[in-house]
Structure formats: C-alpha cells, structure tokens
Design a protein around this ligand. Structure first.
Ligand SMILES: NC(=O)CCC(=O)C(=O)O
Length: 275
C-alpha cells in the first residue's frame, strides 16, 4: 500500500559534493570534505540542509589495499561525520565507505542527522563485476530500507544498484519521497547513468538526488553528472562530467503529490498480475 506523503515539511535545501576522490587517501579526503562543508555552511545558512557525498569517498576504488584502508565498523569516519553534522546542524547522506565487519569488507552507505545521530547504514547488495568489486568485497544481505530525516521518508542506493529497478520500486511503494544514489560511476557508461536516473525518477514519481565522483583512477574515468531530478523527471540541476563542484538546490516535497494526480501510475498498478 502506498504511504501518504509528508505533510509537515514542504522543502529542504540540498548540496551535493561531486568530489574528485583521491584513491587510497582517506585522511586527505576527510579533510577536503570538512573544508567543503565549512565553506558551504558559511554561504548556506538556511536549514534543513542535507549534504550528499559519493560512493567510497574515503578510499576510492583502491580495492587491492582495502585490507588496510577499510575501517573497522567505519568507526573513524562515522565519528568524523557526526562531529561535522552537529557542528553545522546538517543532515548527511554521507555516501559510502569501505567498512570491515564479521571478517568481510563491505561498501557501506551512512546517513547521519543534524544532531549527529547515525540514523541508517546500508551495505551495497549488488557488487559491480565491471570494477572487480566482488573479488575484494562482500555483498550485503539486507535489502535497502527507508530512513527519515525531519519526518521525510528517504532511501539510498549505491551506484550499480541503480540498474535494478525492483529495488527503487519497492522503496517507492513503501513511501520513499526521495531516492539518493551515491556513486563512482564510470564515464564509459555515462549514457546509462543519466538515462537510468531519469527513468527511476519518472517511473517512481519521487525526487532522485545523485552524487557521483569525477577524475580517474587505475585507467577508469568517472562520469560526474550528479543530478537532482524532480518527480516529473525534470533535471533541476546537473553537474559537469569532469569538474569537481557542488550542486545546490531546494526541493519541494509537495511536487510528488501533484505529479501522482496528473499521472496516477500507482493507482493504475495491477499487482494481481505482477509484484
Ligand atoms: N561503482 C559502481 O557500482 C559502478 C557501476 C557501474 O559501473 C555500472 O553499473 O555500469
């Protein structure tokens, strides 16, 4: 059954850090995130503000060194983010980092609220063969679920997960109003990146906010083109494919209800014929 949309909170500011991740350099990447957040928060005083980081932003795809680089339960980076979130009163869909737990290494997304509480973690379930991820990491065994920031139902998927529409549809049916995609998506498949994001937003009639990285590592160029897409499928802001930059906008949560009135996909569904 489709949940009703949030009534109380109508808008939220978002800022997406389309970052050039320095592979294998977690200290430097943390420092760069701190500098960016400080600069952003000098300019953007309005709250609520949610910031978004890309996939594996502490280590990049330096997979062969993850034995050393991955953090035990993500403790150090989580503490760093909690401190930053509290200091600036910002919510963080803090991309993902490599974590060690139960003898394996996982690609773990983190969500921290403006009080510094770790509200949600998710271990990427679809590891990407094209980047050799399954050779170095374990896939999560728990499907992505909803979390809430200021009463808004949201969800986060990690990069390759975008190719599996059943995940996004299930989250939409559970009431997601915003889907975040945190990514290190290669330029070689940039056309898929853009088309799939728009498709997920259009078919599920929710906001889609993505954060991809730029730059290159080990011969792979990353595609940037981070986006904020509204529930009609309109691209509100779009990053370049090459430059480190940040994207900022205000999202209006009342828009999804309008779109669902105009094209009532969810009430037209035939779950008696398919799931
Ligand atoms: N980091 C990723 O999951 C990349 C996904 C990818 O390259 C693709 O789906 O294509």
């Amino acid at each position: 059954m489709l949940q009703l949309f949030t009534k109380e909170l109508k808008t939220m500011h978002v800022a997406v850090f389309q970052m050039e991740v320095l592979a294998g350099k977690p200290d430097e990447n943390r420092e760069r995130v701190k500098t960016w957040v400080e600069q952003l928060c000098r300019e953007q005083l309005e709250r609520p503000l949610t910031i978004v980081l890309p996939e594996l932003w502490t280590t990049g795809y330096q997979l062969e060194d993850l034995g050393e680089l991955a953090e035990e339960e993500g403790v150090e980076t989580i503490a760093f983010l909690q401190q930053l979130a509290r200091a600036h009163r910002i919510h963080m869909v803090a991309g993902s980092i490599a974590t060690k737990k139960d003898g394996g290494i996982y690609n773990t997304a983190l969500v921290i609220d403006a009080q510094g509480k770790l509200v949600y973690t998710y271990d990427k379930v679809h590891l990407v063969p094209m980047l050799n991820e399954p050779a170095y990491m374990q896939g999560g065994s728990v499907p992505p679920a909803l979390f809430e920031l200021d009463g808004v139902k949201m969800a986060v998927l990690i990069c390759y997960d975008l190719r599996f529409p059943e995940l996004a549809r299930r989250l939409a049916l559970e009431g997601a109003e915003v889907l975040f995609i945190v990514a290190e998506w290669p330029l070689a498949r940039a056309m898929h990146w853009k088309a799939l994001q728009q498709a997920r937003a259009i078919e599920n009639q929710f906001y889609l906010l993505s954060c991809n990285s730029v730059g290159s590592h080990n011969g792979t160029d990353y595609a940037g083109t981070s986006m904020v897409i509204d529930p009609w499928g309109e691209i509100i802001v779009e990053g370049s494919s090459t430059e480190e930059e940040w994207l900022q906008c205000k999202v209006d949560f009342s828009k999804a209800a309008e779109v669902r009135d105009r094209v009532p996909v969810f009430s037209s569904r035939r779950p008696d014929l398919y799931r």
